[in-house]
Design a protein around this ligand. Structure first.
Ligand SMILES: *[C@@H]1O[C@H](CO)[C@@H](O)[C@H](O)[C@H]1NC(C)=O
Ligand SMILES: *[C@@H]1O[C@H](CO)[C@@H](O)[C@H](O)[C@H]1NC(C)=O
Ligand SMILES: *[C@@H]1O[C@H](CO)[C@@H](O)[C@H](O)[C@H]1NC(C)=O
Ligand SMILES: *[C@@H]1O[C@H](CO)[C@@H](O)[C@H](O)[C@H]1NC(C)=O
Ligand SMILES: *[C@@H]1O[C@H](CO)[C@@H](O)[C@H](O)[C@H]1NC(C)=O
Length: 368
């Protein structure tokens, strides 16, 4: 087992994505049988009506009986049961401040206060994506003279939590850039990942000057962002958050929508202004303020809208960014266009690796 993991991690470093993907699938298939009973037990333990209800329909009975069989003998696992809240809507996020770090990097800022922290949202199984980001816009030595710290934020895979954990630990020991808490990594729990990032900055890196929260399917132009928005030669900004701002948008009440927001969870007719979640930038001081205020209000599953609600509660307004800096829709790659954009949504690992070498000589070829 140990050997197999070593081999797999070597592949994480060297081989093309296809091979890597295949090996992970194989590994998962093997690991699946071994761990299925544990997983089943664990999922069942969480027992909230939403979760059980969603999962049960297809394979409910099988799980039921496995649970009976494993009840007394198996350990309880990575994820503790949620706090019992009788009246909770299924889409209401359980923000327990007791989520434990399963992977942490508490000493990263002992010796330095980074100018910029990259908080990159990632799912546990997305090894090739993280690797591509490390080699492209997540490279910490990208901007000469500017101290950058990269962190990937992740939770626990809802089905393959156990087998993936061993791989994640290995990856983490190599790169030292993953933090993980013991909540389920699901779309509806996305807010918890961002809040984990805020918690991490507050507790382990309070002197960071700026941070950016980035999804892993974007192109991020760190150089341009630093020179245009953060301007290291100027005094650091406070209470600063910018990105692609949505003004006065309405919660979607259509149950079929990916962004469905039940009235029970968020009753107001509009959201306060907020930055689109694919990529937004904020001053380091805000991390602690957001982390603190989030403990006092109802957490919603729309991660970006929730940041807007936090700033509203704090009485802090969003800062406008120049038009064209943050692109929430895909823009076709063109070197000189991209050299003047901060975020472009919709770029996966293969494309990032593809465009990256071409962008390198932008300083020489693109006029400013
Ligand atoms: C990061 O950038 C530096 C400086 O450009 C380069 O030497 C290094 O190879 C890059 N690292 C990775 C992992 O691509
Ligand atoms: C979010 O994570 C918590 C803690 O692991 C879990 O109890 C809950 O079911 C998850 N919520 C969703 C919607 O997946
Ligand atoms: C942060 O900065 C303050 C004041 O400049 C300093 O006293 C403190 O030691 C720093 N903390 C860390 C963790 O670097
Ligand atoms: C929601 O509406 C209530 C009542 O008008 C108001 O007091 C509260 O500040 C609003 N909250 C947000 C986040 O807009
Ligand atoms: C590119 O130009 C910008 C501004 O002119 C400068 O700050 C940066 O260091 C240059 N980057 C490289 C890699 O030469």
């Amino acid at each position: 087992m140990e050997g197999a993991r070593k081999v797999l991690m070597t592949q994480v470093q060297n081989l093309p994505n296809v091979v890597l993907f295949c090996s992970i699938v194989l590994f998962l298939l093997v690991a699946k049988n071994k761990w299925e009973s544990l997983e089943t037990h664990d999922t069942k333990l969480k027992g909230s009506p939403d979760f059980a209800g969603n999962q049960k329909s297809a394979i409910g009975f099988e799980w039921e009986s496995t649970l009976e069989r494993t009840k007394e003998t198996k350990p309880s696992g990575l994820i503790p049961p949620p706090p019992p809240v009788a009246t909770r809507h299924p889409l209401e996020v359980v923000y327990s401040t007791d989520y434990k770090f399963l992977l942490n990097e508490p000493n990263k800022c002992r010796e330095r206060s980074p100018f910029l922290i990259l908080l990159v949202i990632t799912e546990p199984q997305h090894f090739p994506t993280r690797q591509a980001i490390r080699q492209t816009w997540g490279n910490e030595s990208l901007v000469p003279g500017v101290s950058i710290l990269r962190l990937f934020l992740t939770g626990v895979h809802p089905k393959f939590g156990y087998p993936l954990q061993a791989l994640l630990e290995e990856e983490s020991s190599i790169h030292r850039d993953i933090i993980q808490q013991d909540f389920l990594d699901t779309y509806n729990n996305l807010t918890l990942k961002t809040l984990m990032g805020m918690e991490w900055i507050s507790k382990f890196c309070p002197n960071a000057t700026y941070a950016v929260k980035a999804d892993s399917d974007i192109f991020l132009n760190v150089n341009y962002m630093v020179s245009q928005l953060l301007q290291p030669h100027l005094p650091p900004k406070k209470n600063y958050m910018t990105g692609y701002i949505y003004w006065k948008t309405k919660p979607l009440r259509d149950k079929a929508s990916k962004w469905y927001m039940p009235r029970e969870v968020y009753p107001n007719e509009t959201y306060p202004p907020y930055c689109a979640g694919a990529g937004y930038v904020f001053s380091g001081d805000l991390a602690k303020k957001i982390y603190q205020v989030a403990k006092t209000i109802k957490v919603i599953n729309m991660e970006d809208a929730f940041m807007g609600i936090c700033l509203y509660e704090l009485g802090i307004s969003m800062t406008n960014s120049p038009w064209g800096f943050f692109n929430m829709f895909r823009v076709k790659y063109e070197k000189c266009k991209f050299s003047k954009m901060v975020v472009v949504h919709g770029y996966g690992p293969e494309e990032l690796l593809q465009i990256w070498p071409d962008l390198r000589d932008q300083n020489q070829t693109c006029k400013s």
